[in-house]
Design a binder for this molecule. Structure first.
Ligand code: PMP
Length: 428
């Protein structure tokens, strides 16, 4: 592969944008080399500025569940644009997408749209604190809930990739209100509750973790969390920014039949435009301004283009009865193929998978929390990443990320991917 134009563009970008990127993980720091500049994308493929084609397993970090440039989304945005791009006034389409989202997701009465997953989680936690009238929250090491201050404490994703899970700039005062538990370890949660009686407003969790690789909850874990929250008057927040409308139409609440008190969305809900959302039952949502005391706002929130993209996306997901099964079958096929190729070459690995999320960890241990995810061999991952890239397969440039399977992937694409793993496995 030739990356001449990407290299030149990166050099130029670095002079005017910190690190040349507007979001750190894009910079390839964790794996080395020059980031690839995207030019266009269609279906399962992304094309770079040098004209190379890649089978894409990042998919804009999740939104492209149905493939890039999904025609109903593209058409909806083009049509909406002709009517004006933003009004700062309520629009009919906001109610339309809200009604559809509420009909798809269990246990929510109202939803508010924001511009990113970060905003959704940040607002959800403020709402939880205001409603519960308590200050502390529990989060899990390795979970990522966006880059707002309360969550940059042992955060996953880019924060851990760059060695800054606790970012400078977050004050001690803020940090002390974020308590840390271990994913899949209910005792760690119980211990925090016992030592902070009546002080915890909420527990926030990725109900399937996707920011330390993919880590599904072990049996009973979410159910236990629900019970503990009920017993201690704590709100349970599911951060479904990654899993919402992806692992099931109703997200993990529906998949695992466990109700959260507040649910956060992002990625898929915006169909590739900047959208986040948070939702809950009336009692909690009516605590928000303008009818309640907790303030939250946004000049571009509910932006018509973003709502048009999201609505087209949700409609497509809602009407496609076979979608979730197809996605799961494709992911399973990929899992089996990769495992076989790595096993043939005696490459130590563990693969985690649920629905259309999958991650390959270069460790022989089961990966159930941040510590076990961190045991993966990063040198092997780097070789794997660059080997795959050279084969025209684009996976996330960090071991602490999930691969996203899109419906646009054909079995031929999956076979090409597996063949690529077979070719590079003996170099790992
Ligand atoms: N929560 C989760 C679970 C996420 O995966 C992400 C982004 N990867 C966020 C929140 C933050 O979303 P955004 O990048 O849109 O701010």
């Amino acid at each position: 592969m030739i990356y001449q134009r990407s290299s030149a563009l990166f050099k130029e970008a670095k002079t005017v944008i910190p690190g040349g990127v507007n979001s750190p993980v894009r910079a390839f720091n964790a794996v080395g080399g020059t980031p690839i500049f995207a030019k266009s994308a269609k279906g399962a493929y992304v094309f770079d500025e040098d004209g190379n084609r890649y089978i894409d397993y990042i998919n804009s970090w999740g939104p492209m569940l149905l493939g890039h440039a999904f025609p109903p989304v593209v058409e909806a945005v083009i049509e909406k644009t002709k009517e004006g791009t933003s009004f700062g006034m309520p629009t009919a389409i906001e109610t339309e997408i809200a009604e559809l989202a509420i009909s798809m997701v269990p246990n929510i009465d109202k939803i508010r749209f924001v511009n990113s997953g970060t905003e959704a989680c940040m607002s959800a936690i403020r709402l939880a604190r205001g409603f519960a009238k308590k200050d502390k929250i529990i989060k899990f090491s390795g979970c990522y809930h966006g880059h707002s201050d309360s969550f940059l404490i042992a955060a996953g994703s880019g924060a851990v990739t760059f060695g800054t899970p606790n970012s400078p700039g977050v004050t001690q005062g803020t940090a002390k209100d974020t308590l840390l538990a271990t994913y899949n370890d209910i005792n760690s949660v119980n211990a925090l509750i016992s030592s902070n009686p009546n002080e915890i407003a909420a527990i926030i969790i990725e109900p399937v973790a996707g920011n330390m690789g993919c880590i599904p909850p072990i049996d009973g874990f979410l159910e236990n969390l629900r019970q503990i929250c009920d017993a201690n008057d704590i709100l349970l927040i599911f951060d479904e920014v990654m899993t919402g409308f992806r692992l099931a139409k109703g997200g993990v609440q529906a998949l695992k039949n466990v109700n959260a008190d507040i649910v956060c969305f992002g990625k898929v809900v915006g169909g590739g435009l900047p959208v986040g959302a948070f939702a809950a039952r009336n009692e909690i949502m009516d605590y928000l301004a303008p009818i309640g005391p907790v303030y939250q706002a946004g000049t571009l929130s509910g932006n018509p283009l973003a709502m048009a993209a999201g609505l087209a996306m949700l409609k497509a997901i809602n009407t496609d009865k076979g979608l979730m099964n197809r996605l799961e079958e494709k992911t399973k096929y990929l899992h089996n193929g990769i495992a076989e190729a790595l096993n043939k070459n005696n490459v130590t690995h563990t693969i985690n998978r649920i629905g259309s999320m999958i991650s390959v960890h270069f460790t022989d241990q089961t990966v159930v929390d941040f510590d076990s995810a961190a045991k993966g061999n990063n040198e092997t991952f780097k070789k794997f990443f660059h080997g795959m890239l050279n084969e025209g397969v684009y996976i996330a440039p960090s071991a602490f990320e999930t691969w996203f399977i899109t419906d646009a992937l054909t079995y031929e694409d999956l076979n090409t991917t597996i063949a690529a793993v077979e070719r590079i496995a003996n170099t790992l």
